[in-house]
Structures are given as structure tokens and as C-alpha cells.
Design a protein around this ligand. Structure first.
Ligand code: GLU
Length: 303
């Protein structure tokens, strides 16, 4: 299959959708991102990378970062992690607080904000500098030493992160936070403010297509852990739209309000699409459509 031709066709197909939706409004620095940008990259398990559009342009990865933090913690803690966070889809927004209180401070899953805070808390305990651990992982896997935090985005979110602060306080009140609330929040916000491109993220996601093996051959996760992480991506990785994404795309995926979506094709590769215009659930309209066309054109699906 000529993947380059598929990617070019996919971008032609989604052209009319580019510019639809709104950029992330909750983070002031992201409100003025150009919604007309679009890119897609695919990295295959043999190490090849193809791309189309703005596939090498860095963007704010936001919640896509949660998948890498989770992999680092799951690799160390294994099943013990599930005492701190559940694995259930949430029917409420990713920053909801009501459910967290009802569930006694145990977040619904590692991809809602509260769940990601629990993961960052654990990564801080394990590694000292949680944000730096995620950046180091992304640099190593993508081969791009320039990946780092966007300080403007981090400072902008830090000033308005009231709901995340409230979630951290609730978790602390329920005894589900080991580190200081301010430290956890700061590392979480920095992790979300990492800037990377579609090509970087597709390369960095390959370990999930390769049964847990990193690009240097070292094992991060066991094959079983990789299947489990992919199953959480499928059921919880795209906000409240996970059912629709399973239906239309059929791949485990993680989206972020920066407009990026990283999807995993077990045994074959990873594909990342980006366009900043979001729908009501918080998913990129054009990037999701691109993944839909990509999976139809390639037949790549877990179903
Ligand atoms: N930093 C954002 C927040 O905490 C991430 C949201 C997202 O991408 O889902 O709200």
C-alpha cells in the first residue's frame, strides 16, 4: 500500500472541514491558534514515517501527553496503579468534579484530568521530575531533541487552572495524592504544554504498536500491558466520544484540546492527525475525520 498517497488523499477529503470548530478556549494562549492548520503523519513499525500537510509543525499536545505519562507509571507499578485510578469511561466532561467526589477521590480513568493528576503524582514520586520524564521519553522515541515545554502555554494555563486545582484538592482530601498539590499541578500543566509535531507523536507512539518495545528495542511494557493500555485508549481516550471514535475509526486513540489525535494500529504503526478546530466534546473535527478516512482507506482497525 502506498501510504504517502493515502495521506495525500485523506487531506484532500478533509479539506472542507478544516477551519470548522473552535480552538481550545479554556487556555488563553491557545485561543488564537490558527484553526486552518492541518497535518497527518504515520509511522510504521519498520521505522518509516510519511506525512502530509503540516505534519512536522509543533503544536500543543495537551492531553495526548497523558498517554506517555501513563505508560511510564504503568511500566513501573503494573496492576497496583488501579488502586489510585479506575478504568471506566466517564459520561461527564474531562474536568468534571462531581463524579470524583462521589467516587471518593478515585478518578474514573487515567485520561480525565483528575486521573492524569493521579498519574503525575505517582510519576513525581517515582522520578522526581514528572514533566522532564515525559519530555525525555518523547525526545528519545521521536529522535527529536528539540521537543520541550512551551512556556507561554504553561504560564497561561497555570493562571486559569482552577478546576484542576479543585480536583487535586478533592483527591488530597480523599487521601489519593502523595505529593504536594502545587507540585502535581505544575508538572501536569507542563506536561500538557509540551509542543511536538504529528511526526514526533506518531514515532513516540510506536511502542504501543510494537507490543511494548521502544524504538531502541528495549521493552517498556509487556505485551499484555500494552494490550491493556490500548484498551483504555479505545474506551476512554477521546473524551465522551470514545464510542463514536470506535465506530468510525476503530483504533485506540488519545486526543487533546490542542487538536492532536494519536491513534495506534497494533502490529502496524501509529498515526497522528492535527487540526486545532474542536467539536463540543473537545476532539479536533478535521483530525478525527482524517483518521476516519485513513482507517477506511487502509482497512487498518482493531475490529
Ligand atoms: N491542560 C488541559 C486541561 O487540563 C488538557 C485538556 C485536554 O487536552 O483534554 O484542561
Amino acid at each position: 500500500m502506498r501510504l504517502q498517497g493515502v495521506l495525500d488523499d485523506v487531506l484532500d477529503e478533509v479539506g472542507p472541514l478544516v477551519g470548522n470548530g473552535v480552538p481550545a478556549l479554556s487556555i488563553p494562549a491557545l485561543r488564537h491558534v490558527d484553526v486552518n492548520r492541518v497535518g497527518i503523519a504515520v509511522a510504521t513499525v519498520d521505522g518509516r514515517v510519511h506525512g502530509a500537510g503540516a505534519w512536522s509543525e509543533p503544536f500543543s499536545i495537551q492531553s495526548v501527553s497523558k498517554l506517555f505519562a501513563l505508560a511510564l507509571v504503568f511500566a513501573h507499578d503494573g496492576e497496583a496503579l488501579w488502586k489510585r485510578v479506575q478504568r471506566q469511561p466517564s459520561s461527564l466532561r474531562y474536568d468534571a468534579l462531581i463524579q470524583l467526589d462521589l467516587d471518593c477521590g478515585i478518578p474514573r480513568n487515567p485520561f480525565v484530568n483528575a486521573g492524569a493528576l493521579a498519574v503525575v503524582d505517582r510519576l513525581l514520586t517515582l522520578r522526581g521530575d514528572a514533566g522532564a520524564a515525559v519530555v525525555a521519553f518523547l525526545r528519545a522515541e521521536s529522535g527529536n531533541p528539540d521537543i520541550g515545554f512551551d512556556p507561554t502555554v504553561a504560564a497561561s494555563e497555570q493562571g486559569v487552572s482552577h478546576r484542576n486545582a479543585a480536583a487535586a484538592h478533592l483527591m488530597a482530601a480523599h487521601g489519593n495524592l502523595d505529593q504536594g498539590i502545587d507540585d502535581v499541578l505544575t508538572h501536569y500543566i507542563h506536561q500538557c504544554a509540551i509542543a511536538a509535531s504529528c511526526a514526533d507523536l506518531a514515532r513516540a507512539g510506536l511502542f504501543l504498536a510494537r507490543a511494548g518495545r521502544r524504538n531502541d528495542g528495549e521493552r517498556l511494557l509487556t505485551g499484555l500491558q500494552t494490550r491493556r493500555l490500548n484498551s483504555i485508549l479505545l474506551t476512554c481516550g477521546t473524551y465522551d466520544a470514545a464510542g463514536d471514535v470506535a465506530y468510525h475509526v476503530g483504533l485506540p486513540a488519545k486526543s487533546g484540546i490542542g487538536g492532536g489525535v494519536l491513534a495506534i494500529v497494533p502490529g502496524r504503526g501509529a498515526v497522528c492527525a492535527w487540526s486545532p478546530g474542536l467539536d463540543e466534546a473537545g476532539n479536533s473535527i478535521a483530525a478525527m475525520a482524517a483518521l476516519h478516512h485513513f482507517s477506511e482507506a487502509t482497512g487498518w482497525s482493531v475490529f
